[in-house]
Design a protein around this ligand. Structure first.
Ligand SMILES: [Mg+2]
Length: 372
């Protein structure tokens, strides 16, 4: 089997009213552009990938992703055997710097082909399930206390047993929001906060102390992503476990944070890491370094969410039972571009029992949401 061509499709699917995510990263996540990737082969198998286009995170969008794939990745991949996923990923990792979400979309499409060719779900190619389902948590937007509490109540009613609240906006507003959510959900729901790098060091120490009385079990990305040194200082100054998210894209980032003692948990994404394989490398390293891992999210659609579930269900270093994962993207959208919804229930995500990633595009919907 040989790769014949790579196709990219820019799409934009509307978020449900009231589900836009406001965070310490600035701005609001109100529209969700994605770049879909189809890898075509000479025996008719087509692999699917999805890149989240979130320029505030990664500097990537529809246009950059399509350009890089057409200019650099397609020439490297055409004529190659797609089931040699590790070798091909290694080759294209160095074709251009960074742009991990774009590379991840292509890498997951290779896994999709490899699974379809073998007649096995991707998680079986990764060594099989290490858990029956992936525990997940809800994410409450950084809105006013009353709407935040309403979202949290909704999530509990849906069946979520864990959630995080976006903070990093303004200290008093952050405290009021977390208080309102804790009062709404009661003492038994696991609760953490995610600042998306929105606090300065001095603010972070004080506010985390103020949040202590609401029983928070983690603080995610309290400081700016580049600031691993202060993240290590902060971690030593507080008792709440620290999750590094925007600080960890690569295995090298993970190694640096581990050496600094800057994190208790890494939030790993298929997109940030540049694919399922590179994400697994980080999880394996973390396991050996005594650091927990969870799977974070840019609110992926069906294809990206499927890749996350296959990763999380088959990777022992992802300690989803300790820190539930954010595989919740499909809940945020009016619609999805896959033919059948994934078995992603509130609090528990499962992969499809089908070859490859187990998802098929709904062509009519792809056309409806295509960015023209
Ligand atoms: Mg995060």
């Amino acid at each position: 089997m040989k790769i014949t061509r790579l196709e990219t499709i820019p799409i934009c699917v509307p978020l449900k009213a009231g589900f836009a995510i406001r965070s310490g990263r600035g701005g609001a996540h109100t529209v969700s552009p994605f770049l879909l990737v189809r890898i075509h082969t000479d025996d008719g198998i087509v692999g699917l990938g999805e890149a989240s286009c979130t320029p505030r995170w990664s500097g990537e969008d529809h246009v950059t992703g399509a350009h890089l794939i057409r200019t650099y990745l397609e020439p490297l991949l055409v004529g190659e055997n797609p089931i040699e996923v590790a070798r091909l990923t290694q080759n294209f990792r160095l074709a251009f710097a960074g742009n991990h979400f774009t590379k991840a979309a292509v890498e997951m499409a290779l896994w999709d082909i490899a699974g379809q060719a073998a007649g096995k779900p991707v998680y079986e190619l990764l060594g099989g399930k290490v858990r029956e389902f992936v525990p997940t948590k809800w994410s409450v937007s950084g809105v006013e206390p009353e709407p935040a509490a309403a979202i949290a109540r909704w999530a509990v009613a849906q069946g979520f047993k864990a959630m995080k609240v976006k903070v990093g906006t303004e200290p008093d507003a952050d405290v009021a929001r977390v208080r309102a959510v804790r009062e709404a959900i009661g003492p038994d729901i696991k609760l953490g906060v995610d600042a998306n790098g929105g606090w300065a060091m001095d603010v972070a120490v004080k506010i985390i102390e103020r949040l202590g009385k609401f029983g928070i079990c983690f603080v995610e990305q309290p400081l700016s992503p580049e600031d691993g040194v202060h993240l290590a200082d902060l971690r030593k100054a507080i008792l709440v476990p620290v999750i590094a998210d925007e600080s960890v894209y690569t295995l090298q980032d993970a190694m640096m944070l581990a050496r600094l003692g800057a994190a208790d948990v890494f939030a790993i994404y298929v997109g940030k890491a540049g694919g399922i394989g590179p994400a697994r490398q980080i999880a394996e390293f973390a396991q050996s370094a005594g650091i927990k891992c969870t799977v974070g999210s840019n609110l992926e659609l069906g294809v990206g969410s499927a890749a996350m579930v296959h990763l999380a269900i088959a990777t022992p270093g992802i300690t989803a039972e300790k820190i539930p994962c954010d595989i919740i993207g499909p809940f945020f959208y009016e619609d999805d571009i896959v033919r059948q919804p994934l078995p992603i229930a509130p609090g528990a995500a499962r992969p499809k029992l089908a070859p490859g990633l187990g998802v098929e595009l709904d062509e009519e919907k792809v056309e409806r949401y295509r960015v023209k």
